[in-house]
Design a binder for this molecule. Structure first.
Ligand code: S3P
Length: 435
């Protein structure tokens, strides 16, 4: 499905951010291997988290899903299977487009007393899996993958797990979490050292569920533990909210409020970056929801300046680079993004995908090996651009359409449903013109 977005005269209103994708994945996975029963409210409506839920059901976990009441998102009721309660699935497990599903589930499937095969779509089958197979194999798991154990489909075939000490080669929350989840069932302690902080939802949730886990700076240690189910109120997804925040900043006549946004410091790099660019962003009604900080965020028309993004802030905003690039194109001056080579192995190569459409839209932009440079001029030309079937590229293009000189047609716009099925309806409700 292709969609065309044109610039509204005014952009105003309120949006409730959909449930956070990362927290939703963890809430369903960890409660599935916990003892007891849990209710997960405001579960992410995106296809990625549905893939995780379906896999857990295929492994024998009883999960009931009831659809949203008003704007509160779906509710899941999960009967925890306990540490050793999962059973062999009848079929291949399908993680769809979801890297988080495949990598975290690998930590859960490692060293089980049954076999499992997990695959995904063509994008996921081309993303690096050697980074998880290596440490999980060091722990004793028997895992095989295509291309010399680097790519999915992956086959899991038992093994006895024991703890390891492991220096992560990249600041990846998915890799860290896969090892921590295997560590729950490994003999002895598992210690991970990170090169920089990445999102810490796994650590927070495991700790709330009673796991033996400790965090010391960039080191995380987990011991063999049984965990108890807990109810989770999923905060709104800052990665989804970021699209509306940038729209509010770059449109010349706007005021947008995004409600219920999770602002966990390991996720909120986008707020810092946009504020540094001169963005008028206000956090109101700050509160704590189930151990995660949450706020409502107001963004209004701003005169943005270019910036430099590099180093330890990068893992805290990596998913937001496609939309930050739109802000950079509308800002005055140059924005340089470095230390972002992880973008090359996301759902698409997001460095190429972003720079390709920016250049086609008349923006002075250059791809670099580990990032990009964008010279903002406040102008984006209308036209037809490829989402490359990547949800975050499609939504970034949608926001660009709200400020571009002419209408923007987004090829394969429906892929937004991976994280945000309501995105196009919300864009329309804020005043955007969608055909
Ligand atoms: C995620 C971690 C991030 C992020 C992804 C979700 C997670 O990837 O890009 O969208 O839920 O753990 P990394 O593993 O590269 O940190």
């Amino acid at each position: 499905m292709d969609l065309t977005v044109s610039r509204p005269r005014r952009l105003a209103g309120e949006v409730v951010a959909p449930g956070d994708k990362s927290v939703s994945h963890r809430a369903v996975m960890l409660n599935s291997i916990g003892e007891g029963q849990a209710r997960v409210r405001n579960f992410s409506p995106g296809d990625d988290c549905t893939s995780t839920m379906i896999i857990m059901r295929a492994l024998g976990v009883n999960i009931d899903r009831t659809s949203a009441d008003g704007d509160s998102g779906d509710t899941l009721v999960i009967e925890g299977a306990g540490a050793d309660g999962l059973r062999e699935a009848d079929d291949v497990l399908d993680a769809g487009n979801s890297g988080t599903t495949m990598r975290l589930m690998s930590g859960i499937l490692a060293g089980r007393d049954f076999k499992a095969t997990m695959t995904g779509d063509s994008s996921l089958q081309s993303r690096p899996m050697g980074r998880i197979i290596k440490p999980l194999s060091m722990m004793g798991a028997v895992i095989r993958g295509r291309e010399n154990n680097t790519l999915a489909p992956l086959e899991f075939d038992g093994g006895e797990l024991s703890g390891i000490e492991y220096d992560l080669p990249v600041a990846s929350a998915q890799l860290k979490s896969a090892i921590l989840l295997a560590g729950l069932r490994a003999e002895g302690e598992t210690r991970i050292s990170q090169p920089a902080a990445s999102r810490d939802h796994t650590e927070r949730m495991l700790s709330a569920m009673g796991a033996e886990i400790s965090v010391d700076g960039l080191d995380v240690t987990v011991g063999q533990s049984d965990i108890s189910c807990i109810d989770v109120d999923v905060p709104g997804d800052i990665s989804s909210a970021a699209f509306w925040i940038v729209a509010g900043l770059i449109h010349p006549n706007s005021e947008v409020m995004v409600k219920n946004v999770g602002i966990n410091p390991t996720r909120a790099g986008v707020i810092t970056a946009l504020q540094d660019m001169g963005g008028n962003i206000e956090l109101v009604n700050e509160r704590d929801v189930a151990g995660e900080p949450v706020a409502d965020i107001v963004a209004t028309s701003s005169h943005l300046r270019g910036t430099e993004l590099a180093g330890s802030i990068m893992p805290l905003l990596m998913d937001e680079v496609p939309i930050i690039a739109v802000a950079a194109a509308m800002a005055e001056g140059e924005t340089v993004i470095r230390d972002a080579s992880e973008l090359r192995v996301k759902e698409t190569d997001r460095i190429s995908a972003t720079v390709d459409w920016l250049v086609a839209a008349g923006v002075e932009a250059e791809a670099r090996e580990d990032g990009m440079a964008i010279v903002g001029s406040g102008k984006i030309a209308g036209g037809t651009y490829q989402s490359q079937d990547d949800h975050r590229i499609a939504m970034a293009l949608g926001i660009a359409g709200m400020v571009a000189e002419g209408p923007i047609t987004i090829v394969e716009a429906n892929c937004a449903s991976i994280s945000y099925p309501e995105f196009w309806d919300e864009l329309y409700s804020l005043g955007g013109v969608v055909d």
